[in-house]
Design a protein around this ligand. Sequence first.
Ligand SMILES: [Zn+2]
Length: 391
Amino acid sequence: MMTKTSKIDALKKLAKHHARSSRTTQAKALDQIAVHLGFSHWGALKAQEKKGWQPTDECIASLKEAVESTNPFARGAEGSFGTLGANMDGPEVQKSGTVDGVPYLMFVFQDDIQMEGEGWRIVVPEAPNASPIVSIDERFSEECRLNEPKLLSEALAIAEVEAKKVQARISSDWSRRSTKPNAKGVVRHPLFSEMDRRRIESDTWYCLHCNSKVSGHEIAKNLWHCPSCGASPIDIFSVPFWLEEGDDQPTPYRSPKNGGRGEPVIEVIDNRLRLELSEDNVTLLIRSALLDDAANAGERLGALLAEISFDEELGVWVTFETDYWPEEKEAIQARAVAKALGVSFDQDIVLCEPPFAWPGIAEFSSNTLEYTQTMLRAYEEQTTGQAKPNE
Ligand SMILES: [Zn+2]
């Protein structure tokens, strides 16, 4: 059983966690906790406590659940609040549902929210002020229900709920001073340490990417992504060390009146898969066809050792190593593959130093094991043969 004080302490502790993950003040979080328990504010709760009121264990449990539901990544042991977020990242953990009858899958990928349906995808970026990106497959663009503004805004609202949870997890991972400026507007960089020999606390920050000058308040509010260009926290510095004499001075960032995320960016994209006849792709197919042509272990080595090049003007050019690929042997399959791809095919031969002695053994081996064993025996005979005169 919890004692009187430990129950109130439990509430305070929950408020502290909530303040950190929601980037609000401790006082506001205490008020929210009180409201959740049916009081108008924390002061009212404390007044009732003086008269003997105590939260029940059920109350505390339900409150804990409510706090965790806004930061579901935080279910660690007490004191290690907010360290499980990384486990939730990636398409393996998915949520599914429907928006007005339209099915979707949703997951977190590198702290962005990705929501996908047939022929469409919404990405809600990690940075709280970044515009959502809505991609619609050209083939579905006519009938895509995301064209309906009401449905789109409902979908965005669902994704935003998840985005808020990611923000809560990130904020809980960082030091409090990184998300809550002090009275002078000073904030601490969430990633850099003094080891980096950079000033890690400041009321003004600079973006290496776009040369913006951002207040501590603004950079903390946008979770350390540049509010102007979206650059990530590693591009944000307290000193614009990249500037030299005569360079343009950093541009002060002014936040838009409304704040929040910008309007969604909607793009219609052509998602159809197209064959790319790159040299790598063509040579891979040709080499595979040469293996089809190979009749024994030696010719397979020949197929693997062949130099294959491709460019659009000259087509496919194969140079065989004669030790493993007989001079007179036709690469019938490889030629047929080149024809199927609509490119020309030529071959020549070259004599190289073979990787193993007696390459001819390979010609009489049906598989690699047989070849390896015969070759090992031949090498062995060599060494024992050489050893003999010394005996
Ligand atoms: Zn920037």
